[in-house]
Design a protein around this ligand. Structure first.
Ligand SMILES: NC(=O)c1ccc[n+]([C@@H]2O[C@H](COP(=O)([O-])OP(=O)(O)OC[C@H]3O[C@@H](n4cnc5c(N)ncnc54)[C@H](OP(=O)(O)O)[C@@H]3O)[C@@H](O)[C@H]2O)c1
Length: 324
C-alpha cells in the first residue's frame, strides 16, 4: 500500500514538534524505516490523518507501526490450488479487495503473484503477506526471502511473517530486518506467537513486529492475547475466522450469530467478520468462491451494537481448531 506520511516528515521538521520526532528502538538501526515509525507512533492524527493501530472504517485500512497502511479485510489462500488461488485473488481484486495472505507452505505464492501482475489494480494499492516456514527456511533465511521475492515476482513484499516459532526464528527475523533495510520487504511480523513467546522474542529483535497473525474466531477468542499484542503497538490479524474448513457449518450455523445476522439482513459470515473488525482484528477469510469473496468484503453497511457484540463474546470456548 502507498506510504502516506512523507508530507508529515516535512511538516514535522518544519514545526520541530517534539512529540512527532520521538525516537524508537527501530529508529536507531533503520533510519529510513524509523522516520516513518516515529511519525506513526506520534499518534498525531491531525497531522498523519491516521493513528497507528486504529482501524479506519472509512478507508478500510489501518496504519501499521512500520508506517505503511494495510487493508483491514482481505483473502486467505490456505489450501487453494494454483488455479483456485489465481481465480480467487483475481475475484478479490475485481471486487475491490486489496489484502492477500499467502505463505511458502501454501505452495501458491507464484499464483498470487501472477494474479497481482495480471490485474489492472496498481501494485502499490495491493498488500501481499507471505510467510517463512520453520526448518530449512529459518536455517537459510536470506535464500528463503529471495525465493519468496522470485516466486511472487511483484517487486517487493508488503509483509513477511515467520509462520510459527521454531529453531532459528530469531535468525530468520534478523534476516527479514535486513531485507527491510534493503527495501525488499516493507513490514515484518509473526504468526502463532502468544504472550509467553512474544515476551521471550521481542527483546531479541530490533524492529517491533507490525503484525501478529493468530487463530481467532468466536469459539477461540484469545481475549488475553489480543490486548497484549495491541498494547505493544502491533496489529492483530485472525486466521480461521470461520473456524477453518471442517468447522465452518457449526460456526456459521451458531444460533447466536444467525439471529444477529437475520436482524441486520446479512449473513453469519459477515457478522463474524464485522465482530472481528470491531475488536480491532484484521480478517483474511479463505475462499475459492467469488460470491463468498465479494460477501466477505461487504462489511461496512451495518454495525454491531454492544448488545450484539456481548453475546458473540460469550461464545468463547477456548476451542483451538489447529495445533499451532
Ligand atoms: N498463520 C497461520 O498459521 C494460518 C493458519 C491457517 C490459516 N491461515 C490463513 O487464514 C486464512 C483463513 O483460514 P482458512 O481459509 O483456513 O479458514 P476459514 O477462513 O475459517 O474458512 C474457510 C472456509 O469458509 C468458507 N467460506 C468463506 N467465506 C464464506 C462465506 N461468506 N459463506 C460461507 N462459507 C464461506 C470457505 O468455503 P468457500 O471456498 O466455498 O468460500 C472455506 O471452506 C487462510 O486462508 C490463511 O491465509 C493462517
Amino acid at each position: 500500500m502507498k506510504r502516506k506520511i512523507s508530507a508529515i516528515i516535512a511538516l514535522t521538521a518544519a514545526l520541530g514538534c517534539a512529540a512527532c520526532i520521538q525516537s524508537t528502538a527501530q529508529a536507531e538501526t533503520n533510519e529510513a524505516n524509523a522516520e516513518k515509525t516515529s511519525e506513526a507512533d506520534s499518534g498525531d492524527s491531525s497531522a498523519a490523518g491516521a493513528e497507528t493501530g486504529v482501524f479506519n472504517f472509512e478507508t478500510h485500512t489501518v496504519l501499521l507501526n512500520s508506517g505503511y497502511e494495510m487493508p483491514i479485510m482481505g483473502l486467505g489462500t490456505y489450501s487453494l490450488s494454483d488455479e483456485e488461488c489465481y481465480n480467487s485473488v483475481t475475484a478479490l481484486l475485481e471486487a475491490g479487495g486489496r489484502l492477500i495472505d499467502t505463505a511458502y507452505m501454501y505452495g501458491n505464492e507464484a499464483a498470487v503473484g501472477r494474479a497481482v501482475r495480471d490485474s489492472d489494480v496498481p501494485r502499490e494499492d495491493i498488500f501481499v503477506i507471505t510467510k517463512l516456514y520453520p526448518g530449512e527456511q529459518f536455517a537459510n533465511p536470506e535464500k528463503a526471502i529471495q525465493d519468496a521475492l522470485d516466486k511472487l515476482d511483484i517487486g517487493y513484499i508488503d509483509m513477511m511473517l515467520l509462520h510459527h516459532p521454531g529453531e532459528n526464528d530469531v535468525k530468520a527475523y534478523h534476516a527479514m530486518e535486513q531485507a527491510v533495510a534493503d527495501g525488499k520487504i516493507h513490514s515484518i511480523g509473526l504468526s502463532n506467537w502468544y504472550v509467553e513467546e512474544l515476551e521471550e522474542f521481542l527483546p531479541q529483535v530490533t524492529i517491533t513486529p507490525a503484525l501478529v497473525q493468530n487463530e481467532i474466531h468466536p469459539y477461540y477468542q484469545e481475549n488475553d492475547v489480543i490486548p497484549y499484542i495491541q498494547e505493544h503497538g502491533i496489529v492483530v490479524q485472525g486466521w480461521y475466522p470461520f473456524g477453518g474448513r471442517g468447522h465452518t457449518s457449526e460456526l456459521l450455523g451458531d444460533p447466536v450469530i444467525s439471529e444477529i445476522a437475520a436482524a441486520h439482513g446479512v449473513t453469519s459470515a459477515q457478522v463474524i467478520l464485522r465482530w472481528n473488525l470491531q475488536k480491532g482484528v484484521v480478517v483474511i477469510p479463505g475462499s475459492g468462491n467469488p460470491d463468498h469473496i465479494r460477501e466477505n468484503l461487504d462489511l461496512f453497511g451495518f454495525e454491531l451494537s454492544d448488545d450484539e457484540m456481548d453475546p458473540i463474546n460469550g461464545l468463547n470456548r477456548d476451542e483451538k481448531h489447529d495445533w499451532y
